[in-house]
Design a protein around this ligand. Structure first.
Ligand code: ADP
Length: 499
């Protein structure tokens, strides 16, 4: 709970009254404290002030939530006709739209992102995701199979995988919840959703909205907690599938555990995505694209375009313009409508980004913009970090290889298409890549050469509920969105009938 005086005056009435309530776990139809009474706080990253206290779910809460999800899976939810399931998902999408301002403000306050972005991207795309998946339940069907043996009828059924543990990160908290829940609900699964400890609020609110629109209790359970809570969920023997978005390090652990337990698993992990500008590209368009690719959401996006490859003959002009634009960017609290870049999500993330930048400077990379924490005045103790641009000549430095997850771009010159494709692919990651050019033939040739789950040509980072998203190599396992995203929540059962 917060007191009204702690909260920024810019906060609207709905978000304020939500924050002033007691925050509790959502298990079945109950809102309850953690069984052992533990709590933790979440803060406004623009000021460092505590905005809410939430329960820290422990093993007993994980047991209770998984049991509620199992009961729902085998009870009311399983009996619901597909059309009714679709209508409930659509009702949730409508409820999200109806609460746009409240949800955008909660996200801006808890995560730090500009409220304009939270509204136009996070909340809008969340509603769109549920709307898209609301159409799927009535289209899930098996096949009849032309088996060779006589007097047999063979068909497949598509059935929900079961109870899903869905663990999400802090960069797009509400949207990541929708990416996980949309296909799970459409498939007829039930979920225990665990938001990140830095940003627990919108997932709790989403769970409440789902109950309000009529989802049977236990279909969506929300546990707030940290990595310990996540690990207990992953290890729980009655969880059938794990869906995780987060760091590659944690993803590896979860993948290994899921392998040992033979649970279904999808992982959406890190990236170090290459953005390639070709020599014919309009320099202004290249600057706009590169800026958006890296600095959007303060660089806290798994598909951020964090490596920029520029043709050697265009290099100096493009980096000079980018550095100028980075230096002119207005940093500020998410709730200020003029803010272009919000703070990083936490002091820990700020330290991490600063560490990378300091080591980049020590390693000899040329710093062209930013590179420092940016205090916004005496009364600000937020986690702001200036948009940063480095210039390097090769790809061996840590800042050119490791995911930083902050507003740090590393630019480098190249000479030929083959060279740049090879360098772009010389990474453990393979989440996204981009090309800026008006030479469509070169763009498509590169798109085929790049080892990445998404290739963006003349834009960066567009997403749609129908378009598969996920990684090659260490960037993940499986795809979210669209039919492929749905498939990962379905089992296939083959039925043989002797005639
Ligand atoms: P970051 O380092 O950026 O915070 P993480 O991968 O640690 O990213 O966190 C992403 C999500 O995974 C969060 O919800 C976090 O609580 C959860 N998490 C962290 N460690 C574990 C773990 N060992 N098992 C399961 N979930 C975890």
């Amino acid at each position: 709970m917060s007191t009204a005086t702690d909260l920024p005056p810019a906060l609207g009435e709905a978000a304020r009254s939500y924050l002033e309530r007691e925050h509790l776990l959502l298990i079945g139809d109950e809102r309850r404290a953690a069984a052992d009474g533990r709590t933790f706080t979440t803060e406004d990253p623009a000021s460092g002030s505590v905005i809410a206290t939430v329960p820290q779910a422990g093993e007993a809460d994980v047991d209770a939530a998984v049991a509620a999800a199992r009961d729902a899976l085998e009870g009311d939810w399983a009996k619901l006709p597909a059309a009714r399931r679709g209508r409930l998902i659509a009702a949730l999408a409508d409820a999200i739209e109806a609460h746009t301002v409240e949800l955008a403000e909660l996200e801006a306050l808890d995560q730090g992102k500009p409220v304009t972005l939270a509204r136009a991207v996070d909340v809008r795309a969340t509603a769109a995701h549920f709307h898209y998946f609301s159409g799927w339940p009535t289209k899930i069907s098996g096949d009849t199979l032309p088996v060779s043996q006589p007097n047999l009828f063979c068909y497949t059924r598509r059935e929900p995988v079961g109870v899903c543990a869905q663990i999400i990160p802090w960069n797009f908290p509400l949207l990541m919840a929708a990416w996980k829940l949309g296909p799970a609900l459409a498939a007829g699964c039930t979920s225990v959703l665990k938001p990140a400890e830095q940003t627990p609020l919108t997932a709790l609110r989403l769970g409440e909205l789902a109950l309000e629109v009529g989802f049977p209790p236990g279909v969506i359970n929300v546990l707030t907690g940290d990595g310990e809570t996540g690990a207990a969920l992953v290890a729980h023997p009655d969880v059938d599938k794990i869906a995780f978005t987060g760091s590659t390090a944690v993803g590896r652990e979860i993948g290994a555990q899921a392998g040992r337990d033979l649970k279904r698993v999808t992982l959406e992990l890190g990236g170090k995505s290459a953005n390639i500008v070709l020599a014919d590209a309009d320099p202004a368009a290249a600057v706009r694209n590169a800026f958006q690719a890296i600095y959007f959401n303060s660089g806290q996006a798994c598909n951020a375009g964090s490596r920029l490859f520029l043709p050697v003959e265009r290099y100096d002009a493009v980096v000079a313009e980018l550095a100028e634009r980075a230096a002119a960017t207005k940093l500020g609290p998410g709730l200020d409508p003029d803010t272009q870049l919000g703070p990083l999500v936490s002091a820990e993330q700020h330290d991490r980004v600063r560490g990378f930048v300091e080591r980049g400077i020590a390693d000899g990379a040329e710093l062209l913009a930013g590179g420092s924490a940016t205090p916004l005045g005496e009364d600000q103790s937020g986690h702001f970090f200036a948009p940063t641009l480095f210039s390097v000549t090769g790809d061996e430095l840590e800042i050119a290889r490791e995911e930083i997850f902050g507003p740090v771009l590393v630019a480098s010159p190249y000479s030929s298409l083959e060279e740049v494709a090879m360098r772009a692919n010389d990474s453990d990651y393979g989440l996204a890549a981009g090309v800026v050019t008006s030479d469509l033939s070169a763009a498509h040739r590169l798109a085929a050469m790049l080892k990445a789950g998404s290739v963006y040509i003349n834009q960066w980072g567009l997403s749609d509920p129908s378009a598969p998203f996920g990684g090659f190599k260490a960037s993940g396992v499986g795809r979210e969105h669209g039919r492929e995203g749905l498939e990962s929540y379905l089992e296939t059962k083959t039925v043989w009938v002797g005639l």
